[in-house]
Write a protein that binds this ligand. Structure first.
Ligand SMILES: *Cc1c(COP(=O)(O)O)cnc(C)c1O
Length: 358
């Protein structure tokens, strides 16, 4: 079989790279569903389409990147294996893709990572190493393993093949719905949002790409606003959005292309998970509900608009789910934040949105 090679230089990502990734992925992943829900539209005052990446085989969009990366490696590279550092979905994605391609995979996780997350990785036949007090220490350990074994060290944020792969999700959205006003993308390292910017610029220049991060972990947000890579406190409970620093490659691609970057609180994310659970029969993890949270929390940007909300993932443990389901929490959250219904009323006034100007 002939393999497509992505024409990626380390500096750029083009629509052609994303299209090549889609060809590679066609053998492995069907397109994911995108649906609208009347009760979501009513609660937000917007016309919302939800892209269901929670239906991917590892429960998150990142598998598109992992499979693209592994399918691009040469036989010689594959023999040496891959090593990475992660606490969550990147780990599972790389483990899954490595199993598909028969490649050894080691994931270094900070020692505080829940055992269940290590087990999920081992479930895909990868090796999980829990060590170090932070992701930075895990990264150092992964680098050492790479030096000792010759395995390829995979950065979760600065690996162009991962961006090309996750970009296919935005091809699917914009080919099916070329008339969208905005796509709202949750951001941790920024691979998904950077790829969205590249695809939207080429296919739908009038569609705004809007990023969302947790206000308790604003490193990507502050990096984008300041135009430099910064480190910030990393205190959100929402895995997937919890990054402590800006990543160079996604930030370079988002500069001048991302239309706006919004922040939401962890409580607003929990409210959005409730709306997705009850109005869209969707179990989103926190990061997977962050886009929905931004549409609910910043109605002036979205009222009356056609908006795609990416539900990037659905992985959650029982203690998270019980918080989402807790009625007392819900009432507390409603008081604190004004509540979904009240926000919906405000939104219907439909002021012109600053975020829509590109
Ligand atoms: C990783 C992840 C994100 C953030 O994606 P980046 O490409 O790192 O910005 C959002 N949602 C989920 C579910 C994730 O796993």
């Amino acid at each position: 079989m002939c393999h497509w090679r992505l024409m990626i230089s380390s500096m750029e990502l083009t629509l052609a790279d994303v299209r090549a990734a889609r060809t590679l992925l066609a053998d492995h992943l069907p397109p994911t569903p995108i649906w609208s829900y009347p009760l979501v539209d009513r609660a937000t005052g917007a016309s919302v389409l939800i892209k269901h990446e929670n239906t991917q085989p590892v429960g998150a969009f990142k598998v598109r990147g992992g499979l693209t990366l592994l399918s691009q490696m040469t036989e010689a590279e594959r023999r040496h294996g891959v090593v990475t550092y992660s606490t969550g979905n990147h780990a599972q994605s790389l483990a899954y893709a490595s199993r598909v391609f028969g490649v050894d995979c080691t994931v270094v996780m900070p020692s505080g990572t829940p055992v269940a997350k290590a087990e999920a990785v081992e479930g895909w036949s990868a090796t999980a190493v829990r060590t170090g007090n932070s992701l930075e220490e895990a990264e150092r350990h992964a680098r050492k393993i790479a030096e000792e074994t010759g395995a390829r060290l995979i950065s979760p944020g600065d690996t162009p093949e991962l961006l090309a792969g996750v970009g296919t999700l935005y091809l699917e959205i914009l080919e099916a719905h070329p008339d969208l006003d905005a796509i709202v993308v949750p951001i941790g390292s920024g691979t998904g949002a950077a790829a969205a910017c590249v695809v939207a610029e080429a296919l739908a220049p009038n569609c705004a790409v809007i990023g969302v991060q947790a206000s308790a972990s604003p490193a990507a947000h502050d990096s984008w606003r300041s135009g430099t890579l910064v480190a910030r406190p990393n205190r959100t409970a929402v895995a997937g959005l919890a990054t402590g620093r800006g990543y160079a490659l996604p930030q370079r691609l988002m500069a001048g292309r991302l239309s706006d970057f919004l922040l939401v609180t962890d409580e607003q994310i929990t409210d959005a998970r409730r709306l997705l659970a009850t109005a869209a029969h969707t179990q989103a993890e926190g990061a997977g509900a962050a886009s929905m949270a931004a549409v609910m929390a910043h109605p002036q940007h979205f009222a009356g608009r056609r908006v795609a909300v990416v539900c990037t993932g659905g992985n959650a443990d029982m203690s998270e789910l019980s918080t989402v389901a807790s009625e007392t929490e819900r009432q507390g959250g409603t008081e604190r934040q004004g509540g979904t219904e009240r926000q919906g009323e405000t939104e219907r006034r439909g002021e012109k949105s600053p975020a829509m100007h590109r």
